[in-house]
Design a protein around this ligand. Structure first.
Ligand code: C2O
Ligand code: CU
Length: 485
């Protein structure tokens, strides 16, 4: 078997089952970090048009080993799409793999029928043409498939890429793509003796914890640093693993951006925890001729989590940074960014509070039903969503369409790492997160957006809810395009 599906995992909230699979680190980090190419685009009648084709290929995740993978416009991962606030974009999404898939624009504010969730299926051989206007601040977003029940496998095989948004707020941050402004997609894989991808969560409650860590599709990479400061756009593109990124020498760095944009006030730290789907933009400085290793340490997952959720390693290397003998000068990281109205959500305006209690694979006792609308929102409303992880193992929470503000965690103000725009938040066991979000536009009573756990095994097993944004609070009937169930 090329790929073993995770299947249904028995729930064992305290013991976890599953082996503690250790990460096996390459003996050297000498492969130049592949930089996903910027996707070409053409502007037709004022619309910036990109093309993405999901296809099968072969890549070298581990040097010298050929692995069948899937990619967009290539063998693995996909090009970086890039657009500016205010622009109208369109993407021609062609499916050249032999099963239905979708492409979801994770973090994007856009109409629900353009969202690329499980209701916008693209059949093999078909092309889907979503179009929308970019109406949100500069941010590091990403795209990936979202076919219901199949997302874990499609992402794991390699279908994922970044979608960078720019705006005219001068950030003063390093911005030379691939040079001092570097996308880093971090994933974990497991290869069998023939170099094929294995997707086997081994009875592990959270999903697959792969033994090979890859950055932009390869294990053992190095990025050659040529400037005094380098900005890393970190994306946790793993299906289950939670990382706590740091540098091996504990050097401080500046955390400048969260999922949905720049932090109003960057802050200095020495680690940042990212659960699947989350992003962090960080800026780190290297001395001329020096090097350091980006590592991940066993994250503090909230105190009561059995070790199965982490794996056996205390620390493992992720990406080596190696500085040239002479480095180009860089401006210091700004102490604050010019505030935008979008930076915060005014929770005093909240019209509605909804509660989402997550347990095992259910939300409020229900698992995902493609034909059921779980929540009906009124357009223009600000809402507070109270999300509780009732389990003793990790989940996280991702909401389509909006960026939210974390108001508090179990009643306490969130740490600075949660101080900016977020679309995905890690849920520590047995804690309640209060999130504020505003549903500005795009009323459509028939086409739901998703809210779900981004541990992709959980998502596939039904830890997902559907909500619609409406003019009058009345949901319609679920509309699905190219839907084959
Ligand atoms: Cu990154 Cu609903 O997904
Ligand atoms: Cu989960």
């Amino acid at each position: 078997a090329v790929l073993t599906a995770g299947g249904c995992v028995p729930v064992n909230p305290v013991g976890g089952g599953g082996s503690l699979s250790p990460v096996e680190s390459p003996s050297s980090f000498d492969i130049p970090l592949p930089i996903p190419p910027l996707a070409p685009s053409t502007v037709v009648d004022g619309v910036r048009v990109f093309s993405l084709e999901a296809q099968e290929g072969t890549s070298e995740i581990v040097p010298g080993v050929s692995t069948p993978t899937w990619g967009f416009n290539g063998d693995v991962l996909g090009p970086t799409l890039r657009a500016t606030r205010g622009e109208r974009v369109a993407v021609e999404v062609t499916n050249s793999i032999d099963e239905p898939t979708t492409v979801h624009w994770h973090g994007m504010h856009l109409p629900p029928d353009m969202d690329g969730g499980p209701h916008q299926m693209v059949e093999p051989g078909d092309t889907w043409r979503p179009t929308w206007q970019i109406d949100q601040p500069a941010a590091t977003l990403w795209y990936h498939p979202h076919p219901h029940g199949r997302t874990e496998e499609h992402v794991y095989r390699g279908l994922a890429g970044m979608f960078l948004l720019d705006d005219d707020r001068a950030s003063g941050l390093p911005d030379d793509y691939g040079v001092d402004d570097v996308p880093v997609i971090v994933q974990d894989k497991r290869l069998d003796d023939d170099g094929r991808l294995v997707l086997d969560s081994d009875g592990n409650e959270v999903g697959l914890l792969g033994s090979t860590i890859v950055t932009n599709g390869v294990a053992g990479a190095v990025h050659e640093v040529t400037t005094e400061l380098v900005r890393l756009r970190l994306l946790n593109g793993s299906t289950a693993r939670v990382y706590d990124f740091a540098f091996e020498d504990d050097r401080p760095f500046t955390h400048v951006g969260t999922d949905g944009g720049l932090l109003p006030t960057p802050y200095e730290t020495d680690h940042v925890r990212l659960s699947p789907g989350e992003r962090a933009e960080i800026v780190v400085s290297l001395a001329p001729g020096s090097e350091t290793m980006l590592v991940s340490r066993a994250p503090d997952l909230g105190g009561v989590v059995a070790p199965f959720a982490v794996g056996a390693n205390d620390e493992f290397p992720v990406l080596r940074l190696s500085a040239a003998p002479e480095l180009a000068a860089a401006a210091p990281v700004p102490v604050a960014f010019e505030p935008l109205a979008d930076d915060t959500v005014d929770a005093d305006d909240a019209a509605v509070t909804r509660r989402f209690a997550i347990q095992d694979r259910s939300i409020n006792g229900r698992t995902m039903d493609m034909d059921r609308i779980d929540e009906t929102v009124r357009v223009g409303d600000t809402e507070i969503w109270e999300v509780t992880n009732l389990d003793l193992f990790p989940h996280n929470w991702h909401v389509h369409d909006v960026q939210f503000q974390v108001l508090d965690v179990e009643g306490d103000p969130p740490g600075p790492e949660l101080g900016g725009r977020k679309d995905t938040v890690y849920l520590e066991p047995r804690r309640t997160y209060r999130l504020a979000m505003r549903f500005e536009d795009f009323a459509d009573p028939d086409t739901p957006y998703m809210a779900h756990c981004h541990l992709l095994l959980h998502e596939d097993q039904g830890l997902m809810a559907q909500f619609v944004v409406t003019d009058d609070g009345r949901a319609g009937r679920v509309a699905t395009t190219h839907h084959d169930h």
